[in-house]
Design a protein around this ligand. Sequence first.
Ligand code: SF4
Length: 162
Amino acid sequence: MRITGTMFYYYFVCRRKLWCFYNNITLENESERVLLGKLIDESAYGREHKHIMIDETVNVDFIKDWKVLHEVKKSKSIEEASIWQVKYYLHFLKKRGIPIEKGLLDYPKLKRRQEIFLMVGDSERIEEIITSIESIVSQEKMPPTIDSKICKSCAYYEYCYV
Ligand code: SF4
């Protein structure tokens, strides 16, 4: 199974969202919030080579000199998910013989950035999460709603609650 960065991110956001995304219930394009994210992504770092698809699986925002991997986010609202998405990219590339020095989470709107490294034990955790993702998306039944404050700004809100 190809585990994309988006799937890794959604694992931390909401298992139901992860399941919907994998099973082609995609409403993301209709969400204004997602559109804003795309606009920021497209206007930030315009001169850099962006969106590198690796091994037909992960699509990283850009990698400066093949040393520093950048992931652009519009807000820090689900920071843990963003951090683990970048760690997943570092792990993914390392496994394929591409040792990246570090990741950078870029928040152009906030004018902030955060360095991300693979720490001791992270790779083991990532492998466990991959197994868990495979199990979640393969199950027949959609996971339950999470009734979280993040639901209100989720592209699937109407699908889940209305
Ligand atoms: S609305 Fe809430 S429960 Fe539904 S997919 Fe989004 S985050 Fe998950």
